[in-house]
Design a binder for this molecule. Structure first.
Ligand SMILES: [Zn+2]
Ligand SMILES: [Zn+2]
Length: 176
């Protein structure tokens, strides 16, 4: 069990029927030195993550567990913001969409033509209609050429034009 406290740090404990409160806490906190509240924990691919404004940390399990900072919100946040909260792992879904499928192409480049997606590398956003689809199965950023397939998949999970397609794919199956 993990508890994110402000002042003491991230504390870990295990169930122990003989301990007070049936929890035995580690003597030392695992992560200290942050100045804001821990807002959310989530497990993803076997690792534990915590968000503490303005960062996300990942726990490196082991004899001497430690936490590494893996992400920092780059923009300055307003004072009342608590940073990232409501942390949750979502299944990777790139297998759901076959970008060579004509229906998929039709939704992508007709319906979503004006929808924007971000490119992490350029730190900029682009309309889906600007992405060239010359090469089958590839969705390169129009400026830097980075493959944006995953970003497009993420878009398809929230865009209303994909609702029917998403429904048709239930339960999640892999397009071949
Ligand atoms: Zn869209
Ligand atoms: Zn780019």
């Amino acid at each position: 069990m993990f508890a994110g406290t402000l002042q003491l740090g991230i504390c870990s404990g295990v169930y122990d029927p003989d301990a007070p409160g049936k929890l035995r806490w580690a003597k030392e906190p695992e992560l200290t030195g942050y100045t804001r509240r821990a807002m959310g924990f989530a497990e993803c691919n076997g690792s534990l993550y915590v968000t503490i404004k303005p960062d996300i940390y990942r726990r490196i399990d082991g004899e001497q567990p430690r936490w590494e900072k893996i992400y920092t919100i780059s923009e300055p946040l307003i004072a009342i913001s608590s940073g990232l909260r409501g942390l949750r792992a979502v299944p990777r879904a790139s297998g759901m969409i076959d970008f060579r499928d004509l229906d998929v192409k039709a939704i992508l480049f007709l319906c979503c033509n004006n929808h924007v997606i971000p490119c992490q590398k350029c730190q900029d956003t682009y309309r889906l209609g600007w992405i060239s689809h010359v090469e089958p199965g590839a969705l390169p950023c129009p400026r830097c050429g980075t493959d944006l397939t995953e970003v497009v998949v993420a878009h398809a999970q929230t865009c209303r034009y994909w609702a029917d397609h998403r429904a048709a794919q239930q339960p999640l199956s892999h397009a071949s």
